[in-house]
Design a protein around this ligand. Sequence first.
Ligand code: NAG
Ligand code: NAG
Ligand code: NAG
Length: 473
Amino acid sequence: MSLCCWFILVALISTTSSKNPGVKVKLTQKGIEYGRQLGMASIQQKLKTIKIPDMSGKQRVSPIGKVKYSLSNIQIVNVGLPESGVTLVPGTGVRLSIGNANLSLRGRWRVKYFRIIKDRGSFDLSVTGLSISPSIAVKSDERGRPAVSAVNCAATVSSVRVKFHGGASWLYNLFKKFINRALQKTVQKQMCPLVANAISDLNPQLKTLNVLAKVDKHAEIEYSMVASPTVTKSSLDLSLKGEFYKIGGHQEPPFSPVAFSLPPQINNMLYMGMSSFTVNSAGFVYNRAGVLTLSITDDMIPKISPVRLSTRTFGTFIPEISRRFPGLLVKLQVKTVKDPVVTFEPNNATIQATGSVTAFAIQPNSTLTPLFVLNLDTSVSTKLFVSGMRLAGAVSLNKMALTLGTSYVGKFEVSSLSSILSVVLRLVVIPQVNVQLAKGYPLPAIGKMKLVNTQVQVLKDYMLIGTDVQFAS
Ligand SMILES: *[C@@H]1O[C@H](CO)[C@@H](O)[C@H](O)[C@H]1NC(C)=O
Ligand SMILES: *[C@@H]1O[C@H](CO)[C@@H](O)[C@H](O)[C@H]1NC(C)=O
Ligand SMILES: *[C@@H]1O[C@H](CO)[C@@H](O)[C@H](O)[C@H]1NC(C)=O
């Protein structure tokens, strides 16, 4: 292969393999709709801050002549938003449409005419047939968190009606049309900026996405977006990195995510696909951190078990042990020697772990004398579940295979130890692993998000969490 082709190949590999997300998140129309409900409350609050400046001027009114007037202290009484909807616009974002909205306001009026006659009173203002339709673009910010902004907003007001109360209100009715038009313009001009404001007010919330979530003292998981969000007719899709790292020492594992696509399910608000890459990056980090290890002593074996960790038990199968180390307890050191590997197949999450088991006789002076080292290959079935905002699991033993690593006690038949090791795995190792797995790791989350109606499915190469969401207010 020539140098030039080699460079092209390297470039292809690095661009295609590094960009696949480990985690995909799909927000369905139902999820967007829930977002609309939350958003409308904030838009309503914003519209309540419409400021109508005082208006004053002179108007010629026949047969009176010149009238000086002023409208002041105009306050919002109510904002009605009876109709709104959201639609996904493929390739662009989300279009929000607010229709038939209304505002009611109240203020004070004053007039002066014939040079000396003054009068004052109050007025009610009703603005109806308001419509506002901003498009919302969703992008990735500099740290890979979603960010929204309003683009292409249009606003119209179909009618403004003023009703004057008190003294010379008859007078106003003579030039009401003029005032109506001025007010209509003022209101119309403010709506889009206020709605745009309400939309960008979502960004502090979106910035709470846990782009780097601490798992425990060893690991953190990165959830930053690896590409801009995409919008289709039925969903808004985010591609997140979904990779475990050692805290304080990020190192890429020797494998990368494979492409996967979420199924076209739409019943829940949100779907999250966690690839086997994500889980395997955890295996990589923890194995490297040297924490996938466990020392097992006899006191950890439940009392009811007839199998005891003693030279007597092992001596039954390996006579040299009872001959050289009579009446001693045995300690087992179990540890992984390779990164454990998870495989997701439909309805089947299996972890393969390759480890070693070293047996020691515990001398009366506490010295550990090695007896033998076994190679242990295990396959465990994994059940995955969501607990709070964490993904947790529980494993059970499928298969176990033993081979001899080193013996310090002569030749022996390794298979004769299977039943002892199987008891140790089932009664001690698996329960301890499950205590750790039950703690789970954090899922991507925004603000005070809670998951409800959650189901977990295992599919080819990834697991799928379908869920509805609630935000604590
Ligand atoms: C304003 O909207 C509310 C609903 O949000 C509705 O009940 C009310 O009748 C409307 N008022 C006018 C004057 O249209
Ligand atoms: C699950 O998949 C593993 C291989 O990944 C296989 O060995 C095992 O038999 C499967 N279990 C079931 C119940 O299909
Ligand atoms: C502990 O006892 C063993 C066996 O009796 C002996 O070989 C070893 O030297 C002792 N170690 C210490 C530190 O006393």
